[in-house]
Design a protein. Sequence first.
Length: 547
Amino acid sequence: MKIKQKLIVEYITLFVLLVLPQTGFPQSKIPHLAKNGNVTQLIVHGQPFLILGGETGNSSGSDIRHMRSVWPKAKAMHLNTVLVPVYWELIEQEEGNFDFSLVDQIIEDARKNDLKLIFLWFASWKNSMSCYVPPWIKTNQERFPRAMDDKGRGQEILTPFSENNLQADMKAFEELMKHLKTIDGNDHTVIMIQVENEIGMLPVARDYYPLANEQFIQDVPGELTRYLKENKENLVPEFHEVWANNGFKTSGNWEKIFGKGPHTDEIFMAWHFAKYINRIIEAGKAIYPLPMFVNAALNRPGRQPGKGYPSAGPLPHVMDVWKAAGPSIDFLAPDFYTTRFRHWCNLYTRQGDPLFIPEHRFDNTAAAKAVYVIGHYEAMGFSPFSFETAGDDEQESLGNMYALLSRMTQIIVDHQGLNKTEGILFDKENQETVLYFGNYAFTCRHDYTLGWSPDAGRDEWPMSGAIIIQTGEGKFLIAGSGVVITFEPLNNNKLNAGILTAEEGNFVGETWTSVRRMNGDQTHQGRHIRIPIGNYSIQKFELYTYR
């Protein structure tokens, strides 16, 4: 009897080990998003994860031999995450036949290099166009119809109003997620998915495909009108104004509720793009619920939707439409090839949404912006585009900044959501800001404001930035490059602020190791904390007051 019971126990144990991981019960928790105070963190292997990322060029991931030249550059720049496309046209070259060998090899090589991956699903749309759909879709327009302009001309854009288009994309995405769950459900090399890329309608604000025209004259869906009513006081100002200008109507077709014009065409398209993407994400998450987001090509002032920028992408002025139509989309993310960096980051976070920058032009501002968004917005991470082709100076500056952030990651994530973290970002036009920590005011400036550098007289100053963390009463950390800070006590003008101690050093986990004591010329005889332009440093300092 005891032998029989032992065999039963062994059989049950074997079943648990072999079967459960394949039926939806992974051996460890998959990557997910979690709130910590007012901050959303990405959790990987049970711990908050800060994305020090880089996105490959669009075609780099299409050939494994080329990708093998990319990994050493990622390591040299201290990346911990690589964003790389998965191409629908390569994984399903014949309908229903899937080949994931390229995906498998990229995952295997990422593991060998101790790197995480964010896959970019290049499928129905990439930068508005449908260039990554398989040939069997491109050549069968009757079955897989295109969007049309206002003159009835077809575009190289699949219409989101076709169920056939949606089902084909969805089935391929489901197969991808099944495969990732099978090969990566325990290792979690892939930590997030971007679904499609820079969606938007061109060269007009909305699709004129016959089904689109039919939908345009139908009543606005109840899901959207309910969202409008429930969130009336919290809508983004631009969208609230559009609705207000037409009398806050809650019934009728699109033009009755929002008025006539390209702005309504864009709202209409935003709803249908978002519904399409939401269904794909729902299907994928039902199989393997990794965090999933959608990115946007930013518009420029004064330009019309469709003509001046891709209409109806997940842009700030239609963000409420995307949220109403896409509840399964975890967040919306901006791609940066424009100026006004703070402006756009503010727009994407003004409703309390998390910030991740999956794509930024790789230029000489990238390093400073990376540390700034992680400090000021407590962002999940940052990723310049085509990092493997950037110039040596840009690669070196970002690598130096990422090296600092990688050594400070545990400290950064431990302090997120506690109102103890800030970021600073300077250039010649924006030289100074004042921050408040506890009982102190910090006057933070660009390093060139000291006037000591022979380059301070140049027409353009290099962008500089840093992260500041308050670790205790009067105790702080700073990491970055090209900044100088002076201090004043608050609430008592009879007191002065002084630097009690200052050290330069490094972290191993949460353990601080001092490299040198900072004083004398390095602190201007106790008058400031400074990291010169071209230097990349972590400094720990403590303040005190005296009469």
